[in-house]
Design a protein around this ligand. Structure first.
Ligand code: ATP
Length: 404
């Protein structure tokens, strides 16, 4: 029996790691392959902002999912103190006394192995397999392999294959810039975004793909329109364009859920429906959307709140909240309705006036249909009317049928 062991910080696990394991599996045909994240790597300080070890274990398990026969092990995560490889190999030897243990590593680790705790124990208990992290290190590797064979009697497999030249450090630097996804499996990337590890912000192409999958196909055009309008308004008003896009992409994320299912979704997120939401379940989609976007896509509070207030509005909205509220109402694909053009024009001239008019027009639309009026919309309209008065501005007057 052969057990292949791959240890590391896996902070996060990336495609360079997976390429290395795939190459080793192909060459060495192990019966079992274990990816073992270190709780406390003795020879490498974990970078500031490193997520909890449980997160690294969860990501390693997700990465292992794409490699048949490969699994993540929590043995180092569970063990107290520094995660010495020699201790891990002792445990594994006790668990698999008949097996050949093969410890897989990259170039950097092979070159530094003599500085590890009990290197002689490591090389006595396991064979080593080395996979170059980048091309052009063959000379250094073969010199070191010769040395380890002579000095420790080490058994070393030198693996041949095309590396993916990336490090976790590079990935961590890319993630806050909405980049780096191409170096991760989709499962690991989704996990990082969900928990917003490493200050990650989602790649918006990825977010669109994931978000649209939750929508009715007929709603996608509206969401695209809302994103486009939210971006334009963000540029006009000096808001973060990507935040506006993120909120707009997700604003209707639970809209497909209708009827009592919407109520149940609310319950799942601890949202108590109010009297008006109980009369019209659809109103709830703004609140459930905010909760869902937080849960599944890890959106920060300021984006969740923009989703939360996009239907009824709210007095004293932030600029981002105003932008998303308006973008939903005036995106270019909207069927014409009274005051649409006036709100569109105002949105680029005075956000408060545009919000006041938008809320005013919702109040009359809802009243005309005899539907219950949510008090938040009335409060929003009154708040912005007062705000306009306080700053010496006037609410927008509509002529004739108001469909200007
Ligand atoms: P960091 O950038 O945080 O130092 P890392 O990318 O070097 O992390 P680790 O989890 O510390 O990754 O490394 C675990 C093991 O994977 C080590 O043996 C390392 O040499 C190897 N390794 C890391 N990246 C690659 C790669 N791109 N190709 C092959 N092996 C790699």
């Amino acid at each position: 029996m052969r057990v292949l062991i791959y240890g590391g910080s896996f902070n996060p696990p990336h495609l360079g790691h997976l390429r290395s394991v795939q190459t080793a599996v192909k060459a060495l045909r192990p019966d079992k392959t274990l990816l073992i994240p270190a709780a406390d790597p003795p020879h490498k300080a974990l970078a500031a902002g490193t997520p909890a070890k449980e997160h690294r274990l969860a990501m390693t398990a997700l990465a292992a999912e794409v490699l048949p026969g490969c699994e993540a092990s929590d043995m180092e995560i569970r063990r107290a103190g520094p995660s010495y490889t020699s201790d891990t190999l002792r445990e594994l030897q006790a668990a698999y006394p008949e097996a050949e243990l093969i410890f897989l590593m990259g170039t950097d680790m092979l070159l530094s192995i003599e500085t590890w705790h009990e290197p002689e124990v490591i090389m006595a208990l396991a064979s080593l397999a080395v996979f170059a992290r980048e091309a052009g290190r063959e000379g250094e590797i073969s010199t070191q392999v010769e040395h380890l064979r002579e000095a420790y009697g080490a058994a070393v497999y030198v693996l041949d294959g095309e590396p993916v030249t990336v490090s976790s450090t590079q990935v961590r630097a890319l993630l806050p810039m909405r980049q780096g996804r191409e170096y991760l499996t989709d499962g690991v990337y989704a996990y990082i975004i969900r928990h917003r590890l490493y200050g990650a912000q989602p790649d918006l192409d990825w977010l669109r793909e994931k978000a649209y999958a939750y929508l009715k196909p007929t709603r996608v055009a509206h969401v695209k329109g809302a994103e486009e309008m939210a971006r334009r308004l963000a540029v006009r008003w000096g808001e973060d364009e990507s935040d506006a896009a993120e909120a707009a992409i997700l604003h209707d994320i639970t809209k497909k859920t209708v009827g009592p299912d919407q109520l149940r979704l609310g319950e799942k997120y601890g949202i108590m429906a109010d009297k008006w939401e109980l009369e019209n379940f659809e109103l709830l989609h703004a609140k459930t959307g905010a909760a869902f976007a937080k849960d599944v896509f890890g959106v920060p509070d300021h984006i969740a709140d923009a989703i939360r207030y996009h239907t009824t509005g709210w007095p004293g909205m932030t600029r981002l909240e105003q932008i998303v509220y308006l973008a939903d109402a005036i995106e270019l694909g909207r069927k014409p309705y009274p005051a649409l053009e006036a709100i569109r024009k105002a949105a680029f001239q005075d956000l408060d006036a545009a919000v006041e008019l938008c809320a005013r027009r919702t109040l009359s639309y809802v009243a005309e249909r005899g539907l219950p009026i949510h008090p938040d919309t009335a409060k929003t309209q009154q708040y912005y009317l007062k705000k306009l008065e306080d700053k010496g501005a006037f609410p927008i007057q509509l002529d004739g049928d108001a469909n200007e």
